[in-house]
Write a protein that binds this ligand. Structure first.
Ligand code: ZN
Length: 131
């Protein structure tokens, strides 16, 4: 019997294997023909990078290892494009947390913010109460 979960896991696994093969490709080499699934980079959107180094001509799925749980995960080409061109991430930065840890991190931050705001409210409400 194959459950939905193992199917997804197997799919993720094959994406990782494929991304590892693609890692051989130099995305900054203008002579390289982008492989199937590559997303072309918009160099104008990369102009914020203060670098003399080469900028990528395209993005391909990439394997990243989570800094926290050491899980290998595929950082997809379109996510990279978003990070570098829309979010204006530095070209030398890569995703460091896997999806699960990112979600956990986000929840922690939200929780911290909530506690902080509640703390502020309490402080303000703690002025003279009379009798
Ligand atoms: Zn992780």
């Amino acid at each position: 019997m194959t459950s939905q979960k193992t199917k997804t896991e197997r799919l993720e696994q094959s994406r990782i294997v494929r991304a590892k093969v693609l890692a051989e490709i130099d995305t900054c080499d203008p002579d390289v023909v982008p492989p199937a699934g590559a997303i072309l980079a918009d160099k104008q959107q990369l102009a914020h990078n203060n670098t003399y180094g080469p900028l990528p001509g395209f993005y391909i799925d990439k394997v990243v290892v989570c800094r926290q749980c050491k899980t290998e995960e595929v950082w997809s080409a379109d996510q990279q494009k978003w990070w570098y061109e829309v979010a204006k991430g530095d070209i030398n930065t890569t995703a460091v947390l896997c999806r699960m840890c990112r979600e956990k991190e986000k929840k922690c931050k939200d929780e911290a913010r909530r506690i902080h705001i509640e703390g502020l409210k309490k402080k303000h409400g703690h002025t003279h109460n009379g009798t």
